[in-house]
Write a protein that binds this ligand. Structure first.
Ligand SMILES: [Zn+2]
Length: 164
């Protein structure tokens, strides 16, 4: 099936929303539900409020399921970066992130990171989001996630020794 050309913000994108949707239907969980670290658990709670309506509409146009992030990184207090893949190509528009709403940016790229095998040999592009001021809902302080914590490494070292 030929790719459909759509225009989103500054980008001209070729995509196949129906096929992309079919692939997302086969993915069981997004990265936060798979990883389950505190940062991810928090994101899963607030996910719906993080993406502004205009971003949700972009994902819909591309056939992406909002709940199935390819990857999610908790990069700083209140800040998350995540991405989704879709069948298609970025035809035009540069790789600059575009502000969508106050604390939210999107960018589209052909430089795909860790693409799912489900996409096979199809052309795959990636849409990244960067969200700031994301609400923290867990009882342990969010800043604990970013402490230089040597204890944690010590524990995993012990665990490693125990398995030898
Ligand atoms: Zn995580």
């Amino acid at each position: 099936m030929p790719l459909k050309r759509i225009h989103i913000g500054p980008w001209k994108i070729s995509c196949d929303p129906e096929e992309t949707q079919a692939i997302y239907a086969k993915i069981v969980h997004g990265n936060p539900e798979v990883c389950r670290c505190w940062g991810c658990l928090n994101f899963a709670v607030v996910r719906k409020e993080v993406h502004p309506p205009s971003a949700v509409s972009v994902f819909e146009q591309l056939g992406i399921d909002l709940y199935k992030e390819t990857d999610l990184l908790h990069v700083d207090v209140g800040v998350y970066r995540g991405w989704y893949h879709f069948i298609g190509r970025m035809e035009y528009g540069g790789h600059e992130a575009v502000d969508i709403g106050n604390y939210y940016k999107l960018d589209v790229t052909d430089a795909v990171e860790r693409s799912s095998k489900l996409f096979g040999n199809l052309p795959v592009a990636q849409i990244n989001f960067l969200a700031r001021e994301v609400r923290w809902t867990l009882s342990s302080p969010e800043s604990d996630e970013f402490l230089e914590d040597s204890d944690e490494e010590a524990i995993s070292d012990d665990t490693a020794y125990n398995t030898v």
